[in-house]
Design a protein around this ligand. Sequence first.
Ligand SMILES: C[S@@+](CC[C@H](N)C(=O)[O-])C[C@H]1O[C@@H](n2cnc3c(N)ncnc32)[C@H](O)[C@@H]1O
Length: 410
Amino acid sequence: MTDKPEDFRSRLASIEHERTQLPAIDESMQVQSEALQAVIRDAIATNDGVIGFEHFMQMALYEPGLGYYASGLRKFGEQGDFITAPEISPLFGRCLAHFCKQALTAISADNILEFGAGSGRMAADILQELEAQNALPSAYFIMELSAELQQRQRQTLQASVPHLLERVKWLNTLPEPGFRGMVLGNELLDAMPVQRFRIEDSTIHALGVTWSEAEKQFVLQPMAADAALRQAVDHIQQTTAVTLPDDYESELSLAQGAWLASVAEFMDQGVVLLIDYGYGRPEYYHPQRNRGTLMCHFRHRAHDEPLRYIGLQDITAYVDFTAVAEAGNKQGMDLLGYGTQSGFLLENGLQDMMPDPEQVSQQALLAFAQQVKTLTMPGEMGERFKVMALGKGVEASLPGFSLQDQRGRL
Ligand SMILES: C[S@@+](CC[C@H](N)C(=O)[O-])C[C@H]1O[C@@H](n2cnc3c(N)ncnc32)[C@H](O)[C@@H]1O
């Protein structure tokens, strides 16, 4: 079962507990954060004293040199703030390779483009598996906003698959129209900035960010919702047939739809595969989920205070997969499948990847079992994470979505 609003609240309660125990930061981090705060305060000053939350989140995560993803901080893995599936196990990338092989064969193409490639682990695992299956793409492109992460990705690939490095190409701009192939994004959409909104007196307000001189910190401030936000919230209410009640707060992402539109522009034929934590719209905007899904990660502790640790922590929100499917449709893409991560991995070869007990140590077998559990169990990543495939000019049916088909929940 996917999270019910009450399960989500109990997770928030444990987050509340962790929030009081967040670790301290050292002096150099403090200096970096203060430099970013000064830039954000300038933006607030030039915007009549308040900026939209989306603007704040964009700066907190991506301000050149200072934002969370744009600075040299360690983000992924044990020493960072969170662990993503490719960091947990190479099995994840291997299953994705299985899917890529089928998809690329279906359209007779051989290009892969990964957006937001993190440490480069997934790219290395996919290439290694495709090589083993004699199905290497002629090019594996990476579109990465952060120069520091590009550097790390190159190091990971150099260490794991040095002989395949020449196939990997980092892009600084989107490809020219005419692209045929696979587009991949693991935990990409959740890292795109969101607008926050609040319903009060049956009216939609935006939640912005301002600087409080009295409190000497950033604080949230309601502001007038612009037409795009009002339309988007109205659309949510119309399509779920629910009137959101007063004191309801949540978030939505217009950036995700804009990103998909840019993909549709350069893609002539291909498949977009997106993996992320998220819900279909009726679950996402359930009236009881009245504080949204925004979450921050700092040193493996999750909490819900985006105005703390500015530039030092990840800020993220669940993905409204109904909105992603709608945005794809609008751009002429078909929904090829939507299901749980667990179903997707199992249908893409996970069962067959168990090492031969005769050939490996007991320890390796245990590690395999532990990784499979983390990737697929409902209480871990198995059901919280969803996989969506959108296609342009793709007729074939692709593996990954029949075991736990969730299209009915969109
Ligand atoms: C949560 S991390 C996930 C990293 C990696 N995919 C993984 O699974 O470990 C999100 C990544 O998305 C990148 N990102 C966000 N928006 C992007 C965009 N529009 N284009 C390319 N990368 C983007 C960020 O820079 C960051 O590297």
